[in-house]
Design a protein around this ligand. Structure first.
Ligand SMILES: [Zn+2]
Length: 199
C-alpha cells in the first residue's frame, strides 16, 4: 500500500476523518474535520502510519526524531522507535505562548541529524516553533514529515515538508457557508479550554 492510501485508510478506519458542518479553530466553517486523536488513540494504526514516515527516512541516518506536543510527541516516539533513533519532545515554553523548548534534560549531540514529525499541518505554527527550538540547540533539521498537509501549500518554513497525504478542505466564512444557509447544525470540534490553542 502506498503512503497516501495508507494514511487515508487509517483516517477512515479510525473515523478521524469526519463529514458534517464544523467550525474550525480559525472561525471558518467546513464540511470536513480531522479528529486526529481518533487515530492517535489506536496504537496499532498509529504505528502503521509511522512506518510510512519511517520508510521515507530509513536511509537518511536520522539521529533524533523530534515532535511538538501533543500529537507530534506520540509520532516522534514511534517513528524514532522504528528507525532506531532517539526521540525529542518540543514542549510549550512556560514563558512564551508561541515558543517551544526541549526540556527535561534533552541534549543534542553536535551536528545531530534531526527529523521533525507532526500530525496535521494547517498553519505550520507548531513546526516553526519546533524549528526555532532546534535552532536554540544549534541544530538544523534535515527534514519535516507530517501525516496530512491541509495547508494548500500555503506554508513555507524554508525546508521541504514531506506529507503522506495532501488534503484540500473546503472552508467558508460563516456568512458565505452553504451549510449554514441549509440550516445544518454546527459542530465546534476539538474545543479546548484555552481559546485559540488547538495544537
Ligand atoms: Zn456554516
Amino acid at each position: 500500500m502506498d503512503a497516501t492510501n495508507g494514511i487515508e485508510a487509517a483516517l477512515r478506519t479510525s473515523e478521524a476523518l469526519q463529514q458534517g458542518h464544523f467550525q474550525l479553530s480559525s472561525g471558518r466553517h467546513s464540511d470536513q474535520y480531522i479528529e486526529k486523536f481518533n487515530l492517535l488513540r489506536q496504537p496499532v494504526l498509529t504505528s502503521q502510519v509511522c512506518a510510512l514516515i519511517a520508510d521515507r527516512f530509513r536511509h537518511q541516518n536520522v539521529d533524533v526524531v523530534a515532535g511538538p506536543t501533543t500529537g507530534g510527541v506520540i509520532l516522534a516516539f514511534e517513528v524514532a522507535r522504528q528507525l532506531g533513533s532517539l526521540a525529542a519532545y518540543a514542549e510549550r515554553s512556560e514563558v512564551g505562548d508561541s515558543k517551544r523548548e526541549f526540556r527535561r534534560g534533552t541534549t543534542f549531540s553536535h551536528g545531530a541529524r534531526v527529523l521533525i514529525v507532526d500530525d496535521i499541518l494547517t498553519t505550520g505554527g507548531s513546526i516553526r516553533e519546533t524549528l526555532s527550538a532546534l535552532h536554540e540547540e544549534g541544530i538544523e533539521a534535515i527534514g519535516v514529515a507530517v501525516l496530512v498537509d491541509r495547508s494548500d501549500g500555503a506554508v513555507d518554513i524554508g525546508i521541504p515538508i514531506d506529507a503522506l497525504l495532501h488534503m484540500t478542505v473546503a472552508n467558508w466564512e460563516p456568512s458565505d457557508c452553504p451549510l449554514c444557509a441549509a440550516g445544518e447544525p454546527l459542530t465546534k470540534p476539538g474545543t479546548t479550554r484555552i481559546a485559540g490553542r488547538s495544537e
